[in-house]
Design a protein around this ligand. Structure first.
Ligand SMILES: [Zn+2]
Length: 266
């Protein structure tokens, strides 16, 4: 009897560990925990995330939370981003919070001395970060980690306009089934095709925008939006709905605009 109880205990533990690692691999911020279900509205919505689980406490107690309203940034010369994203077969998952594209090894983002490896990218409608109080209809987050596991995110806004061919390739395989990674060897995608030509950016320190809202994330948001058609944006919204966390207080954080206004800085 005690063996059976132990067996059940180990079984339950194994299941929760597997669930935990699956959540780690597919979490929209790269590190969702298995502790508590959360959503974008109602009792499990953003204003209550911090009380859904002790693991989510930072969602309400943190002082460096994302997203933010990007307004009155300080002009400063910053190192330009060196983006080396490589093509690869599409691996895509609907994790119930967003559509996420998983990226194999070999794609990186370097800024100054920091080098980040691209892990995944995913989408939010409307945008999470806003500029002077104004949201864009969609935002893409490229999630990276450096060799020590420190996270760096590159955000790219979409404005409504022309149909986006690279997005179309991804959307053609948008999974409605939740938490099942779907691999499409025949569809080759490259995150590079979802970047604006001008990579001037805003920079600040923030957090994951989903529970557990972990802080210390280095944020870079491209100033120039790319385009997607109204139909492409609504294709995502129809399936996922609103998945944007409201903006958080900037507090004492520095918000920097990489454009140096003509000053010779780098
Ligand atoms: Zn995100």
């Amino acid at each position: 009897m005690s063996i059976k109880i132990l067996g059940n205990l180990f079984g339950a533990l194994a299941i929760s560990l597997i669930a935990g690692s699956a959540a780690m691999a597919s979490g929209s911020g790269g590190a969702s925990g298995p502790e508590a279900h959360w959503s974008y509205s109602g009792a499990e919505g953003p204003s209550n995330w911090g009380s859904l689980s002790s693991a989510y406490a930072l969602c309400s107690t943190g002082h460096m939370q994302s997203p933010i309203d990007i307004t009155h940034p300080q002009q400063a010369g910053l190192a330009s981003m060196e983006i080396d994203y490589r093509p690869g077969a599409l691996s895509i998952v609907n994790n119930g919070h967003t559509i996420q594209v998983n990226i194999g090894k070999g794609s990186s983002l370097s800024i100054g001395h920091a080098k980040y490896n691209l892990l995944q990218f995913h989408f939010h409608t409307p945008s999470e970060n806003v500029v002077d109080g104004k949201a864009y209809p969609m935002e893409l987050h490229f999630v990276h980690a450096d060799a020590n596991g420190h996270l760096g995110v590159l955000g790219v806004f979409f404005k409504e306009g022309a149909e986006n061919p690279a997005l179309g390739e991804i959307w053609s395989k948008m999974p409605s089934k939740v938490n099942e990674v779907q691999n499409h060897k025949e569809v080759i995608i490259n995150g590079r095709d979802l970047l604006p030509k001008n990579m001037d950016y805003y920079r600040f320190v923030g957090s994951l925008t989903t529970p557990p809202c972990s802080e210390g994330v280095q944020w870079h948001v491209a100033k120039t939006p790319i385009e997607a058609s109204a139909a492409q944006i609504s294709q995502f919204t129809k399936l996922i709905g609103n998945n944007a966390r409201p903006v958080q207080h900037l507090g004492h954080r520095l918000l920097i605009d990489s454009a140096s206004g003509g000053a010779a800085t780098h």
